[in-house]
Design a binder for this molecule. Structure first.
Ligand code: NAD
Length: 500
């Protein structure tokens, strides 16, 4: 298989300066799906030079907002026009099902449209009352400069879109570095931006490892902002690397998201069925590798046995297979590393006393080719408690733990007992109770009687070790901007304060 040039600098595709390449594996069978350029520090430096030049001397930061918005809308249209192709590539690269891939394309397109609408809806500067008729005081917002956008493997296209759209809307230039495991749809996105008319040098891309490219981008003196999505260790290292340059840093880190089910939500047959169904959806979308995965079920003791019994019965029936195959509900894990991590966590949980109710191992391959794929059966672990690593740590695999509570206070205490604070779900037929509990949860998003929905217009991000800053919503746009106060004295006169 010939190598693809996947480093984009100043509008040109090129190979790595070192000539190095990396095999991208199809997680469904561990065969080589593509060969990409393995960038290094030299490539990161070249991309930053291109982005710096485009920011300091190019037209983009000064392009009228309406034109920038029009480009974002054209990008959204191109995403939708190429929906099937990109969804297929995302599915092959990350193991997602085709349906999940299509959903990501749609949500990425929505994100580009949202930020186009947001910037054009603004009235420009904010006039502030300076307390004098002879002063005109205005606060304006300007782009931060060169942004390094570092993304992880679990929703590569969507994550890239959620960083690139607000960064471009605000007038920045950028270098994006996707995960070394799943770079392919980000490469396509850069092509679509060029097709939409983005000037050369505004959006650059370097494929490669975090330890080489990511570290260099985070530390580079000509980078003004680093937006990082990944694990807590990478986030800490990025913060450290960015600190000497006093760069702006936005971190979207992990989550260990509780899904709290009150017995009243299960009082009717329909309510019970919905809560069980949504608990499966919460835990096993993208084989549990979504950052929003509801991997901690916290269910009221009185309904536990019935609830977990039905949950396990349905988890056993989930159809596994390659994400591109028709009717498949769960694809493979993204890598051998994620598979090994999942196996290790389940083994540790069983050693610590968890009770296996479904899954717990690698399934029979759905076809001969997938015998080497990174599949793991949807797993339900009952009788878990907060002392267990499997309850405390983010796994990013199809593993659902079950804890129980007797009182509302206990439910809240359990759900908040996590170092993270990304997202949580509450199931109750009592709206007052649901809102009361939602108000007490220390998580960046709380779903009531639902799980997973994220809106481009609503902030997404975490409390605690889930990160700093927010993706989506007006806060995301603010991340990519500097506020500037322009104070204009309309009738200047001497102060006579010094030697006057
Ligand atoms: P990771 O931290 O290993 O890598 C993330 C990205 O950072 C990759 O591009 C990687 O190459 C790069 N990187 C790694 N170390 C780096 C360093 N020291 N300096 C600069 N760059 C570095 O994470 P991952 O395994 O790719 O992704 C999984 C994690 O991402 C999970 O914890 C998941 O919850 C989190 N995540 C969070 C959100 C969110 O919205 N909060 C969204 C998606 C993923």
């Amino acid at each position: 298989m010939s190598a693809q040039q996947t480093i984009h600098v100043g509008g040109e595709w090129r190979e790595a300066a070192s000539g190095a390449t990396r095999d991208i594996l199809d997680p469904a069978d561990a065969t080589v799906l593509a060969v990409v350029s393995e960038g290094g520090t030299e490539d990161a430096d070249a991309a930053v030079v291109a982005a710096r030049t485009a920011f300091d001397a190019g037209a983009w930061p000064r392009t009228p907002v309406a034109e920038r918005a029009a480009l974002l809308r054209r990008t959204a249209d191109l995403l939708i026009r190429n929906r099937e192709k990109i969804a297929l590539l995302e599915s092959q690269d990350s193991g997602k099902t085709l349906e999940e891939g299509r959903d990501d394309v749609d949500r990425a397109a929505d994100t580009f449209r949202y930020f186009a609408d947001l910037v054009t809806s603004e009235s420009g500067g904010r006039v502030v009352d300076a307390g004098s008729d002879t002063v005109l005081s205005v606060v304006v917002h300007e782009p931060v400069g060169v942004c390094a956008l570092i993304t992880s493997w679990n929703s590569p296209l969507l994550q890239a879109g959620r960083k690139i759209a607000p960064a471009l809307a605000a007038g920045n230039t950028l270098v994006v570095k996707p995960s070394a495991l799943t770079p392919l749809t980000t490469v396509d996105l850069i092509d679509l931006l060029a097709e939409a008319g983005l000037p050369a040098g505004v959006a650059n891309l370097v494929t490669g490892a975090g330890a080489a490219v990511g570290v260099r981008l985070a530390a580079h003196p000509d980078v003004d902002l680093v937006s990082f999505t990944g694990g807590p260790n990478g986030g800490t290292e990025v913060s450290r690397a960015a600190a000497p340059g006093v760069k702006k840093v936005a971190l979207e880190l992990g989550g260990k998201n509780p899904n709290v089910v009150f017995a009243d939500a299960c009082a009717t047959t329909e309510g019970f069925d919905t809560a069980v169904d949504q608990a499966l959806n919460a835990a096993f979308v993208h084989s549990g590798q979504a950052r929003s995965a509801g991997s901690r079920l916290i269910v009221e003791e009185s309904v536990r046995e019935r609830f977990v019994g039905e949950l396990a019965r349905r988890a056993e029936r989930i159809r596994l297979g390659r994400g591109t195959a028709e009717g498949v509900e769960c694809g493979p894990l993204v890598s051998a590393g994620q598979l090994a991590r999942t196996e290790e966590y389940v083994a540790s949980a069983l050693a610590e006393g968890a009770v296996l109710r479904s899954g717990g191992g690698r399934p029979e391959p759905s076809d001969e080719r997938s015998a080497d794929g990174y599949f793991y059966a949807p797993t339900v672990l009952d009788q878990c408690h907060r002392g267990m690593r499997v309850v405390r740590d983010e796994i990013l695999g199809p593993v659902l733990t079950v804890e129980t509570f007797r009182t509302e206070d206990e439910a809240v205490a359990l759900a908040n007992d996590t170092a993270y604070g990304l997202a949580a779900g509450v199931w109750s037929s009592d709206p007052g109770r649901a809102r009361r509990v939602a108000g007490r949860l220390r998580h960046g998003t709380v779903w009531i009687n639902d799980f997973h929905p994220c809106l481009p217009q609503a902030e997404w991000g975490g409390f605690g070790r889930s990160g700093t800053g927010r993706t989506s919503g007006p806060t995301a746009l603010a991340t990519y901007r500097e506020a500037k106060h322009v104070y204009q004295n309309l009738t200047p006169h001497p102060t006579r304060r010094f030697a006057g």
